[in-house]
Ligand binder design. Structure first.
Ligand code: R2B
Ligand code: URA
Length: 309
């Protein structure tokens, strides 16, 4: 199906998650291997039926911190005598925490890692009969012409050739999936950024690459076969095309959520300005505080949403 055909069949009217795979219904059970869950071994409706928000970020630690933070923000109380558990602990791949209607999951680094996770989390939503979930990626990035600490809300994801779709070889042919994010969600998130806040929040296109070093035009990898001048010309070129930041998951995140009919947004904090350098030089404590910024914005959105219910 081409990208334009896809737009026509965009929404599922009842809000259910679209699997687009007739095989799953016919299987006795579906093992979500990398989550250490299964439709036969777990009551997924009972465990996850009340989920509304799925928040993903790179590292297990950050997503555990986010789980505690959102718990405090939405005033969620765990059942007496229980503590927060990593539901996917025995996958030894990803970490997943559930705080009321919020799932907080680590996705690792790069398109392959987030892609595998998304297949399984989308199926999880389907098995759990969740309606209209909203997915967020809260992460880090390199800014282009932006100071470290600036928060970027993605309007659209593009690849290293500025193409707005994910391209994946399937059975020897290239399949293209539009990498669309929800415009309204991005706008609503932007409106959550208070002018009084001590950091800047901007919107722009996000360039998603397959590599942190050469793929992002860094001069400091183990290999570099271009000059600083060539790097800067490329950065200026993508900047002019509307790219505000560079990271490694948004293309798959946008493409797979859109394909499943799920609203999604990407909110990342810039760790450095790529026009000024390549190395992440900010001290550990500063990086820690910066990484809380996308969490704060998304938590505010979730809190507001729940307050209006
Ligand atoms: C941002 O940070 C990671 C690379 O350091 C990668 O996962 C990304 O998108
Ligand atoms: N993550 C990236 O992918 N690139 C950066 O420059 C910083 C964080």
């Amino acid at each position: 199906m081409s990208a334009s055909d896809e737009e026509i069949h965009d929404e599922y009217p009842d809000g259910s998650v679209r699997l687009r795979n007739p095989n799953i219904e016919l299987m006795d059970q579906d093992i979500l291997y990398h989550l250490a869950l299964g439709s036969g071994s777990h009551d997924l409706v009972e465990m996850f039926g009340d989920v509304k928000f799925v928040c993903m970020g790179g590292t297990p630690k950050r997503m555990e911190q986010f789980a505690y933070y959102i718990m405090e923000q939405i005033g969620h109380k765990l059942p007496a005598g229980t503590t927060l558990q990593d539901i996917s602990k025995y996958s030894y791949r990803y970490s997943m925490y559930k705080v009321g209607p919020v799932l907080s999951i680590s996705h690792g680094m790069g398109i392959p890692s987030v892609g595998i996770l998304l297949h399984e989390v989308i199926k999880l939503m389907y098995h759990a009969k969740v309606k209209d979930p909203i997915f967020f990626r809260i992460g880090t990035c390199g800014g282009i012409g932006l100071e470290g600490g600036t928060v970027v809300i993605s309007e659209e994801a593009v690849d290293g050739l500025l193409r707005p779709y994910l391209e994946l070889p399937v059975l020897g042919k290239l399949v293209q999936r539009t990498a669309k994010l929800d415009k309204r969600l991005a706008r609503d998130l932007k409106s959550m950024a208070e002018p009084s806040q001590l950091f800047e929040t901007v919107t722009g296109k996000t360039m998603c690459t397959y590599d942190f070093y050469e793929g992002q035009g860094r001069l400091d990898g183990a290999f570099c076969e271009f000059t600083e001048q060539e790097k800067l010309e490329y950065m200026e070129q993508v900047h002019k095309a509307g790219v505000a930041n560079i990271e490694m998951e948004s293309l798959s995140f946008a493409a797979l959520t859109h394909h499943a009919g799920i609203k999604s947004a990407v909110v990342c904090v810039a760790l450095l300005d790529r026009l000024k350098g390549d190395q992440v030089l900010a001290p550990h404590e500063v990086l820690e505080e910066w990484q809380e910024r996308p969490q704060k914005l998304v938590a505010r959105y979730i809190k507001n949403y729940l307050a209006m219910k």
